[in-house]
Design a protein around this ligand. Structure first.
Ligand SMILES: [Fe+2]
Ligand SMILES: [Fe+2]
Length: 221
């Protein structure tokens, strides 16, 4: 990487990311301020998680606009809204753990991940008054199993959210890891989802490919 490019990138990384108005407008009027407030709390706690939430929701928005998906327009809105608020529960994880330069040990992952999912659902339900988004938030990692019966549309939406979440996480530099290469991210994600895909293999490849390309574009903006 030449110096000019790396300093332009650093500048970009320092610039403040704003919540997309288009996404915020998907929420009911009385929810918008609460959503923005909660995201700002997340930003104060862990800016990386805030940026990740914004990117994941933008990736989902672009995906539902560009790809032919088997879910209704209402379900598309639910997916994009869920993506924006899916990690609000991270404020319950110690900053020390979030910013640690070593990955959380395997034995602790379920506990730590489970906690932010549980707290995220509670924030979405009690503070934001969300309903349809709850099963998606609850299932955005495979550390918790969803409560209640899910429809096929919900299962597809959950898979789409999980893929977007992972694409962003893998292609981002974290305190404990470098960003994966495109090839490595693609390989790992396909490997993880192919056995139990609800989308079907063909759609899975299309979605992963699209999200990776779009995520790489966000890097260059
Ligand atoms: Fe999460
Ligand atoms: Fe996430």
């Amino acid at each position: 990487m030449n110096l000019e490019y790396s300093s332009a990138l650093a500048e970009k990384e320092n610039s403040e990311k704003l919540i997309s108005q288009e996404i915020l407008m998907l929420f009911d009027e009385e929810q918008r301020k609460e959503v923005a407030d909660e995201l700002n709390s997340l930003k104060g706690w862990d800016e990386g998680s805030y940026d990740h939430s914004l990117r994941t929701s933008e990736m989902c928005l672009e995906m539902v606009k560009r790809l032919k998906l088997n879910i209704s327009d209402k379900a598309k809105d639910v997916l994009v809204k869920s993506a924006l608020v899916h990690d609000l529960g991270k404020t319950s994880i110690d900053q020390e753990i979030l910013n640690s330069d070593v990955q959380i040990p395997k034995e602790q992952i379920a506990e730590v991940m489970g906690k932010h999912v549980e707290d995220g659902v509670s924030i979405a339900k009690n503070k934001l008054g969300l309903e349809k988004e709850l099963p998606l938030i609850e299932s955005h990692h495979n550390y918790t199993s969803p409560t209640g019966e899910l429809t096929n549309e919900q299962l597809e939406s959950i898979e789409l959210l999980r893929i977007a979440d992972e694409v962003d996480a893998m292609l981002s530099k974290r305190s404990y890891k470098e960003a994966f290469s495109v090839e490595k991210a693609q390989h790992e994600i396909i490997d993880e989802f192919k056995e139990n895909t609800v989308l079907g293999l063909e759609k899975l490849y299309e979605v992963v490919d699209f999200l990776i390309k779009f995520r790489m574009q966000l890097n260059q903006e």
